[in-house]
Design a protein around this ligand. Structure first.
Ligand code: ARG
Length: 456
């Protein structure tokens, strides 16, 4: 493509080292979509005749079909997807094909293709995110009456509804989808027309191209536009945070499916066995997702590091953006899909959950609140209940079995109605503040998310 000023062929190793078509072929649809809009603008500007434009269109659509069917041979000697498609087009239709690159550089072309590709990828990831939210919601609804111990420091803290725990992830996923949507909104600018760095003396109607490709705006600085990859960083960052959320859920699943917790059982289809220990049933999907979060973080750092030393404007380093972006998209795509499937087939072991949540220690704070409601300052109540806890440990009896005389000696505010503190249902129904797990709040939130996530 540049042979005019060269007198030697490129070295084999250079070709191997610099080619990107082995992975950027994935941009083919978007590359063709961009070229069709560019050809339209060239026609309006009088560079292409209508006939030439039709030839280009027909040729590009044929090439697209062949790539789809796996019949197109990409050639690494032609470096990238852009040159492969253009070279083949020109081979097929002649001079009209050779006019297509007028007022365009691969620098603005690849900036465009990547935006178009990511726009579609984000739309799909948002859908998968919502699908996964629906699975969380279905699992929560199937077991909406089940309570489990909630943990802080991985120590039993207070009882919560299992649904409340799952709904926490629904909230996280909503923020993830929000970040993806924000990223798509900021990315919604057409870079084509920026040329290699400084536009072109042949002036095309960029607004027309933008409209045709569904962009809301055109970029306003050609130097920025050819070297900007902020949108890819934002996407990788949003996916890194999504990965962090999935990794935390993975950790919960690993704990819950252990016999020590035993709150959840995954289906045989979503677990693996051991080649040595016949009894094993391993939560590999959760473990791998926890592990793959490392790649999602790595991809973000890889791109940030690639970008940090670049002088203006386009530098070949930018070609290194794609593999990171593709890998994060693929990883998030698969993780969301398999998590949805896994949770739909999972079973809550309600008997294990109720046994665990029956531990009266979980209601020690409620006992302190009992004293507060009788007039004791909370700090004092906390200390008094601390002494009740110590008694229960010393006497080796559950917290609600500490003899009433012992309670009286700790505080005269304890009365016979203290037993009612340990009624779990009642304890849950008292947690009525917005965001707390009273049964009525859980019902409200399940209803809210069901409405929000209703498929259109
Ligand atoms: N394959 C290149 C990339 O991904 C396309 C742009 C190449 N531009 C250039 N001036 N060599 O960034």
């Amino acid at each position: 493509m540049w042979k005019g000023r060269f007198s030697q062929e490129p070295s084999q190793l250079l070709q191997q080292y610099t080619e990107s078509v082995s992975y950027d072929w994935r941009l083919y649809q978007h590359d063709i979509q961009g070229s069709l809009a560019h050809a339209q603008a060239l026609t309006v500007a009088g560079i292409l005749t209508k006939d030439e434009q039709s030839l280009i269109k027909k040729g590009l659509l044929e090439i697209e079909k062949e790539i789809e069917k796996g019949e197109f041979l990409f050639n690494t000697q032609l470096e990238d997807v852009h040159m492969n498609i253009e070279a083949e087009l020109t081979r097929r239709i002649g001079p009209a094909g050779a006019k297509l690159h007028t007022a365009r550089s691969r620098n603005d072309q690849v900036a465009l293709d990547l935006r178009l590709y990511l726009r579609d990828a984000i739309a799909r990831l948002c859908q998968l995110g919502a699908e996964f939210q629906r699975s969380l919601l279905r699992l929560a609804s199937r077991h909406s009456k089940v309570c489990i111990p909630g943990y802080t420091h991985l120590q039993r803290a207070q009882p919560v509804f299992f649904a409340h725990h799952l709904l926490a992830y629904v909230e996280m996923l909503a923020r993830d989808i929000g970040r993806l949507t924000d990223c798509a909104a900021r990315m919604d600018e057409l870079p084509l027309g920026s040329g290699a760095i400084a536009g072109s003396t042949i002036v095309l109607d960029r607004e027309l191209i933008a409209r045709q490709l569904g962009f809301s705006r055109v970029t306003q600085n050609s130097m920025d536009a050819v070297s900007d990859r902020d949108f890819a960083c934002e996407l990788l960052s949003a996916l890194a945070i999504l990965g962090m959320h999935l990794s935390r859920l993975s950790e919960d699943i690993v704990l819950w499916t252990s016999e020590e917790f035993g709150f959840l059982e995954l289906s045989d289809r979503h677990t693996t066995g051991s080649s040595l220990m016949p009894q094993k049933k391993n939560p590999d999907i959760a473990e791998l997702t926890r592990g793959k979060t490392g790649r999602l973080y790595g991809n973000l750092f890889s791109l940030l590091t690639t970008l940090k030393g670049l002088p203006m404007t386009y530098n070949r380093d930018l070609q290194e953006d794609k593999e990171a972006v593709f890998d994060s998209i693929d990883t998030a795509d698969l993780a969301l899909s398999i998590f949805a499937e896994m949770l739909d087939a999972a079973r809550v072991r309600e008997e294990r959950a109720s046994a665990a949540v029956a531990d009266p220690m979980l209601l020690a704070t409620d006992l302190a609140d009992y004293l507060v409601l009788k007039g004791m300052p909370f700090r004092q109540a906390h200390e008094a209940v601390g002494r009740v806890v110590a008694e229960s440990i010393q006497l080796k009896v559950p917290l609600n079995r500490v003899p009433i005389e012992r309670l009286y000696s700790i505080s005269p505010l304890f009365e016979s109605d203290v037993a009612s503190v340990f009624n779990l249902q009642q304890a849950m129904s008292h947690r009525r503040a917005v965001g707390a797990p009273a049964p009525s709040n859980i019902e409200d939130r399940l209803g809210y998310w069901t409405r929000i996530l209703k498929e259109n």
